[in-house]
Design a protein around this ligand. Structure first.
Ligand SMILES: Cc1cc2nc3c(=O)[nH]c(=O)nc-3n(C[C@H](O)[C@H](O)[C@H](O)COP(=O)(O)OP(=O)(O)OC[C@H]3O[C@@H](n4cnc5c(N)ncnc54)[C@H](O)[C@@H]3O)c2cc1C
Length: 512
């Protein structure tokens, strides 16, 4: 039975499942429907980047994902048979996960389904959304199963129904962009090769790209681009041929291989919110698999939506926070489409363009730009939301709250302080002589405000202050999705701290 304020989530892919988990753990009743009869058996995404892992770690899934995954340490670019650049993931700072996790998408989804069910959720497979209308108080949805059609009322509808989204179609929201001419072929399975198993290898040539990535269990993904008109009767044979032509190191596909042939597009919607209907994940943006960004971007759409939707539903926030979500996430989606497009074009350059690309990559490695700038961007750690730019040390508004250890044994980490619903006020006492006054102000504030979680980071954690570049006292307001909302120097002034916290409440409620 549906209660009219329930949230209907269409699609039990990774984005629908994370939306469901994040809403359930905030006490919001949801229904999750998926038109497939059973879970997706295909391994599409294989790379989880640190920000994606952090999003899943928030509800306790990190250990299980690591148990099933393989840590990838570096990414290599080869051209004309020689390596032109190497990106090392280990240099990523201020995250607990300085690597990419290789884990087949169906494994990630299995972990998410377990988490969702443990929270009391049920997935209705074999149930399609066929249409809906909006009225003042909610959404009237038509759902179809083998047993027939029903019409049911919901408070909100979140379309996580993938690239061919029916929700987007009913809304009539344009999906603007274009498609790449090439086709792409992949195999997942055992291979004999001396290529490092815990690294990503790109081999670029005028004929196309070859990508080799280690998978858990000693397997490899081997992935190639091919001419649009190449007849592909046997994908495994075509991948083997391209691998032998494009890679100077022998790769022999052995044993059973899962194969796939697909086309790639770059498209973004104009809108992610129309009234009480929201679009997230591939329903809102699709791009080339270059850099493994799609799933990761969708996970953050979900994490960043759920706390706002829960707050709006409870009347704590105004609906404007959902427009802010749309603005922020459309900005990220467009940036990701741009980045993956550049990388995809780079794969197949010829002649002087290829030589220039190789020179730029080589110079990027030597100068450290690839490790300092490109890796954190690919890991989505450096994406910051727009808004007023306040700064303190290494912190600035709009950025993801960095994760740094709070004790010498590295048992406690800063992002563990994030609550699920309440905003977090972090008060750094600084290392100077007034730190006791700052602590007193923060303690008094904590006693007065039980709707904001307050954590005081004092001088015993000098290294935490140093890692964040903070030598002065500082109050940092953090949204429930882990984005920094406001920064203030609260030294000795309780009213300044109060203003900071009411800013946060305002920031969350009024939207930025
Ligand atoms: C080869 C390949 C490699 C990739 N590699 C990476 C990678 O390494 N890293 C990365 O981040 N991303 C990668 N991606 C992208 C990633 O797979 C997608 O971004 C991700 O699956 C999107 O998740 P989603 O939940 O939005 O949509 P989907 O996974 O497509 O799920 C949508 C769900 O909605 C259901 N549905 C559809 N219509 C309806 C309806 N009318 N009613 C009910 N249910 C419906 C579908 O059955 C499906 O289960 C890759 C993609 C491909 C193809």
């Amino acid at each position: 039975m549906t209660e009219p304020s329930q949230v209907l989530i269409v699609g039990a892919g990774p984005v629908g499942l994370v939306t469901g988990i994040e809403l359930l753990r905030r006490g919001v009743p949801v229904r999750v429907v998926d038109r497939s009869e059973r879970p997706n058996p295909h391994s599409k995404a294989i790379a989880l980047w640190p920000r994606g892992i952090e999003a899943l770690a928030r509800f306790g899934a990190a250990d299980e994902l690591h148990r099933r995954g393989l840590v990838l340490r570096a990414q290599n670019y080869h051209s004309q048979g020689r390596r032109v650049a190497r990106l090392s993931f280990g240099g990523m700072r201020r995250t607990r996960y300085p690597y990419a996790l290789s884990i087949p998408q169906q494994e990630t989804e299995a972990v998410l389904r377990e988490t969702f069910r443990a929270l009391g959720g049920a997935i209705e497979f074999g149930t399609s959304l066929t249409g809906f209308t909006q009225h003042g108080e909610g959404v009237r949805a038509e759902l179809e199963t083998k047993a027939g059609r029903t019409t049911e009322d919901f408070g909100w509808l979140v379309g996580c129904d993938g690239a061919h989204s029916a929700v987007r179609g009913v809304l009539g929201v344009p999906f603007r962009g274009s498609s790449y001419p090439q086709q792409f072929l992949l195999t997942d399975g055992p291979a004999r090769t001396s290529l490092a198993h815990d690294e990503v290898h790109y081999f670029m040539s005028g004929a196309g790209v070859l990508v080799v990535v280690g998978l858990p269990g000693g397997l490899y993904r081997t992935f190639v681009s091919a001419a649009p008109d190449l007849p592909v009767d046997d994908a495994r044979e075509a991948v083997q041929r391209a691998a032998s032509e494009r890679c100077p190191v022998p790769i022999e596909l052995v044993g059973e291989q899962r194969t796939g042939v697909f086309r790639v597009h770059r498209k973004v919607v104009d809108r992610m919110r129309v009234g009480r209907v929201l679009l997230a994940g591939d329903a809102a943006h699709i791009h080339s698999p270059a850099g493994g960004q799609g799933l990761n971007t969708g996970l953050e759409d979900a994490a960043s939506l759920a706390w706002r939707l829960a707050g709006v539903r409870e009347g704590r926030y105004r609906e404007k926070v959902l427009d802010a979500w749309e603005r922020e996430r459309l900005g990220v989606a467009r940036a990701v489409v741009g980045d993956t497009d550049r990388q995809t074009r780079m794969w197949t350059m010829n002649g002087w363009r290829a030589r220039a690309r190789d020179a730029v990559l080589g110079a990027g490695e030597r100068s450290g730009v690839l490790n300092r700038v490109v890796v954190p961007r690919q890991a989505q750690l450096s994406f910051a939301y727009p808004g007023p730019r306040e700064r303190a040390g290494r912190l600035r508004t709009g950025m993801r709250l960095p994760d740094v250890p709070l004790d010498a044994r590295r048992d406690r980490w800063l992002r563990d302080e994030l609550g699920s619903t309440a905003p977090l006020l972090l008060v750094f006492t600084g290392t100077g002589k007034h730190r006791r006054d700052v602590r007193d102000v923060a303690e008094r504030f904590r006693r007065k405000h039980d709707d904001i979680r307050v954590t005081i980071i004092d001088n015993s954690t000098k290294s935490t202050h140093a890692l964040l570049g903070l030598d002065r006292p500082c109050a940092v307001l953090v949204r429930p999705d882990g984005a920094v909302a406001a920064l203030r120097d609260p030294f000795g002034d309780e009213s300044e701290l109060a203003r900071c916290a009411s800013d946060l409440a305002g920031t969350a409620a009024e939207a930025r």
